[in-house]
Design a protein around this ligand. Structure first.
Ligand code: NAD
Length: 262
């Protein structure tokens, strides 16, 4: 298999579980050196320990460090700088960032609280913005460009009855993506988004039950719900030099469900 990320240093936020974990595995399979960011609770520490073992297995016998981990809440002041400093001290530079950490609580619009809506915006948008800005500043200092990929959602562009507060945060991420693609092009820094449809992870375990699960599945022309690897592979493409002239794009990865009319 051709390795698309040899020599690249990539930071992935929220990668102890789900899409982030699969993205870390896929980036490692393609030769990247990784900064594995996680929230830092006891479960995340166990999950990251297992993830690092899986990553080390790709380079059996090598003594080279392939992945380091760092715990922060992405909403903390200085979280982005901590991630960048860790990357630079371990690997010398940063070439890619995957903005993956996020939250999503399914709630009827008339029941959403102000706190809930603000927390979604604080994590999914402001947290993502802060990490991105710190990484971009480092990439500008390095002077050799870079690639930022943000995990948005189909909810940014199509309606979901219980996700108005969440959809707004992902629409904000798409807005940031296109404007940063314009602003940072002169530095060779590319910005793209990957918008998953329904991917089975811990995030939607409580929602994908009984008849709702069957209904969601029946609406996917490719015949199944997504799995985290379905999202990880396009992320590798965007980080890689295969996408060196691709910036400001939003790739919907949903088995054709959002274009399914009849
Ligand atoms: N699963 C889906 O169907 C789906 C669809 C569209 C978009 N997404 C997006 O994909 C991304 C990954 O979600 P997932 O489905 O893998 O769910 P997940 O819950 O497994 O992953 C989210 C990760 O973000 C971390 N996180 C949450 N808040 C954080 C914070 N404040 N600071 C640091 N880390 C934090 C969590 O610890 C977790 O590891 C999210 O941005 C989500 O919105 C998921």
């Amino acid at each position: 298999m051709a390795r698309l990320l040899d020599g690249k240093v990539v930071i992935i936020t929220g990668c102890s579980t789900g899409i982030g974990r699969a993205t870390a595995i896929e980036c490692a399979r393609h030769g990247a050196k990784l900064v594995l960011h996680h929230i830092g609770d006891a479960q995340a520490k166990l999950d990251i320990f297992d993830l690092k073992k899986d990553i080390e297995a790709f380079e059996k016998g090598s003594k080279e460090v392939r992945a380091i981990d760092i715990a922060t809440n992405i909403t903390d002041d200085g979280a982005g700088k901590r991630l960048v400093d860790a990357a630079v001290s371990a690997f010398g530079e940063v070439n890619g960032l995957v903005n993956n950490a996020g939250i999503c609580q399914f709630t009827d619009f008339d029941a959403v609280t102000k706190d809930q809506a603000e927390k979604h915006m604080a994590v999914n948008y402001h947290g993502t913005f802060g990490i991105t800005q710190a990484v971009v500043r480092q990439m500008i200092r390095q002077g050799k460009g870079g690639s930022i990929v943000s995990i948005a959602s189909v909810c940014a562009t199509v309606g979901s009855a219980q996700l108005a507060h969440y959809s707004a945060t992902k629409a904000a991420v798409l807005g940031m993506t296109v404007s940063c693609a314009v602003a940072m092009g002169r530095h060779g820094i590319r910005f793209n988004a990957v918008s998953p449809g329904t991917v089975e992870t811990g995030m939607n375990k409580g929602d994908l039950v009984g008849s709702k699960r069957e209904w969601m599945e029946s609406r996917v022309p490719l015949g199944r719900l997504g799995v985290p690897q379905d999202i990880a592979k396009p992320v590798v493409f965007f980080i890689s030099d295969m996408a060196e002239y691709v910036s400001g794009q939003n790739l919907i990865v949903d088995g054709a469900s959002t274009v399914y009319y009849q």
